[in-house]
Design a binder for this molecule. Sequence first.
Ligand SMILES: Cc1ncc(COP(=O)(O)O)c(C=O)c1O
Length: 454
Amino acid sequence: MQKLEAGVAPANVDAMLQREKDLFVQRHPKSRELAERAKAHWAHGVPMHWMLDWGTPFPIHVASAKGARLEDVDGHSYDDFCFGDTGSMFGHSPEPIARAIAEQAARGLTYMLPTEDVAIVGELLAKMFGLPFWQAATTATDANRFVIRWCRAITKRPKILVFHGCYHGAADDTFVRLKDGKPIHRPGLLGQVYDLTQLTKVVEFNDIPALEAALAPGDVACVLTEPALTNIGMVLPQPGFLDALRAVTRKHGVLLVIDETHTISTGYGGYTRTHSLEPDFLTVGKPIAGGISCSVFGFTAEVEARMRKAEAENPSGYSGMGTTLSANAMALHAMRANLEQVVTPAAYEHMLPMSQRLARGAEAKIKARNLPWHVSNVGARAEFVCAPEQPKNGTEAQAAMHPRVELAIHLYLLNRGFIIAPFHNMTLVSPATTADQVDRLVATIDGCLAELVT
Ligand SMILES: Cc1ncc(COP(=O)(O)O)c(C=O)c1O
């Protein structure tokens, strides 16, 4: 008998992959035609190469999306549980955002000068996340890059530390992994000409002794981490880990940067507020301005004072931070509407039970089919992982990934009108997601599992 893949017979995976790919092609003639046409002038036929990473024979081309539904150019409707990988996780085009965009569009989009919204958005961010000072950038990647630069400037230390399996955007310093306990470049990097491992240390998540040893030499400016790793399946912090992380970083004079770009799903104010974390910096992008490109980073009063000191000690000139469209008027106006009217405590009151319903529903179906899998939640984010135990670190999480099984499931779901994240088995729910949508997804997952385990 062939070795099982995540508890599933490989022949069943092969059969599902073949059938679902064929079905996908049959069902999407217009998307196929547009994908072919785009190849004439877009490298790989798409404006951003990740758009090919869905594993489909060609990308679905979208006609429109509203709330928790999305329509493609072939006339198919989807229940969206991926929401642009978090960029629209509070729903597609919520009314307050659509209104704010129209308002600002009528009075200019970018001036490299502040507007009335600036003071208000600062107050809203401070209220939501509990940090007194803020700066804006255009993407979460940029927010992380700028924060790393600030951390080096104020500590005068050269190195940073990240956890194995992390993802913080296209921020060069973070592209380091562990292989057999040794730091290496993240596989697949293009054009990497200098050795990132010289200035970036990497240890396993949930491993305090390794962290302590890496920080002890006193050359690390900051630890940059998500409070739960969400980009390598899902790795939750073990009890006491985040407290120990804070204590050890303080002990060694290392700044703690919490990236809330995905874990803003946890609750109002993200994981930081929900679990009373005490970061020196907090970064967040993606959904913060309702789907308009914008990110922000917040910091403590102590850090702000150290930033001023570093600036005063530095000759004037270009800081290496900031881009022309950062904090443009449109982004700030959309962010104000988003924080005032969309990302509210009431929104989370709907989202969290809905995600629990999805997670517990999927878990029951997995159990009933005797599959060695589990489901984890970080608030409105739920992930089913094709392994029996919750992974403790990036290495275990990587071992729990079964790309063929996952792709078969994704294609099955897409062909039946459900979008979940393409890179792993992540689902998001929005304030617009209904219990009916969740129940339909759970029932369809069950149909898929039934075929896989026969
Ligand atoms: C935790 C985290 N931080 C930062 C980023 C980068 O976001 P962006 O690609 O919008 O710059 C991502 C993207 O997936 C992320 O998951």
